[in-house]
Ligand binder design. Structure first.
Ligand code: DGY
Length: 322
């Protein structure tokens, strides 16, 4: 069966696929850069399996180009907002994804981003390099600490929980969360399920950790930022489109909120001319939540196993139900 892979992936996954002789014949866009759309439409033709990334938009056009052979799409990501699920379902195609295996790495990065943003680490590093460090100064480069603070997590799923668990030992006083429903596991982090407005107005740190859905798209907008405390720090490691970036820019530049740390943006990559990048109180990372060597290795292996399961009509270790 023909498999098409849209990028160079860690060798753990490639090994599994190349060793599956007799099951699949692999062709690949063997580059670290994204596949041009025209090459994707060409490469997928006649494929039985497609291994893709979160940066590949898999819509009706791609599915039509693939044709009726396509049995399985395996994405090397936990997020699946890049997949046109309705179209995929109509065609009876199975979907694999990579939950759980990147939870720890993403939570770790989110905590690192929160601390870096709140304690102004990139600014400090920059000052040292450019000679701005003239002396120890009582009022210089002060930021905000977690001890005694209220943290609000938007979306207490796997990653939201892992973030909360890592933040609590810093002395967080209250842990608020919001989402569709209260979660039984919320009790493990003394989480208080509250309406969004309450979370926004009472939190010192807001961490966005929900999936991108029609409900969450643009959730963090002008009204949202206007309810935040002036001293609050906003962190997003989920998907860029949850945030209205123009509204965030206004809030940051007018001092309506203290700072923001973003591991995800719209678009990705964020153009170097983007206004957010001119702000000292905004730390932007290039979507590296899951970027540890071991996590990416495990993600690629799971993606390959999902693909093989789908091709063979057997169990997939992580099949998306939709
Ligand atoms: O969806 C995902 O997998 C993350 O955003 C990147 O690892």
């Amino acid at each position: 069966m023909k498999v098409f892979i849209t990028r160079r992936i860690p060798q753990e996954g490639m090994k599994i696929l190349t060793e599956a002789t007799g099951v699949c014949e692999v062709s690949q866009w063997a580059s670290d850069e994204p596949i041009p759309r025209s090459e994707l439409l060409k490469g997928v033709q006649g494929a039985h399996g497609l291994l893709c990334l979160l940066s590949d938009k898999i819509d009706a056009e791609v599915l039509d180009a693939a044709g009726p052979n396509l049995k399985v799409i395996s994405t090397m990501s936990v997020g699946f907002d890049h997949l046109a699920l309705e179209e995929i379902k109509k065609r009876g195609i199975r979907v694999g994804y990579t939950p759980d295996v990147l939870t720890d790495a993403t939570a770790e990065l989110t905590v690192a981003l929160l601390l870096a943003t709140a304690r102004r680490l990139p600014e400090g590093v920059e000052e040292v390099k450019k000679g701005g460090w003239s002396s120890w100064k009582p009022l210089w480069l002060c930021g905000y600490g977690l001890s005694g603070s209220t943290v609000g997590v938007i979306g207490l799923g796997r990653i939201g929980m892992a973030i909360a668990q890592r933040l609590l030992p810093f002395g967080v006083k209250r842990l608020l969360y919001t989402g569709r429903t209260a979660k039984a596991h919320g009790a493990e982090v003394n989480g208080e399920f509250v309406p969004l407005d309450e979370l926004v107005s009472e939190s010192d740190f807001i961490v966005v950790s929900c999936s991108l859905t029609p409900e969450t798209q643009g959730l963090c907008d002008k009204a949202f930022f206007s309810k935040m405390k002036k001293t609050a720090v906003f962190i997003n490691s989920s998907r860029g489109a949850v945030v209205n970036q123009e509204d965030l820019y206004e809030a940051l530049s007018r001092g309506q909120i203290a700072a923001a740390g973003l591991d995800v943006t719209t678009p990705e990559p964020l153009p170097t001319s983007h206004p957010l990048l001119t702000l000292k109180n905004c730390v932007v990372l290039p979507h590296i939540g899951s970027a540890t060597y071991s996590t990416r290795g495990v993600m690629s292996a799971l993606t390959a196993q999902n693909l093989l399961g789908g091709l063979q009509g057997s169990d997939m270790p992580s099949e998306l139900s939709f």
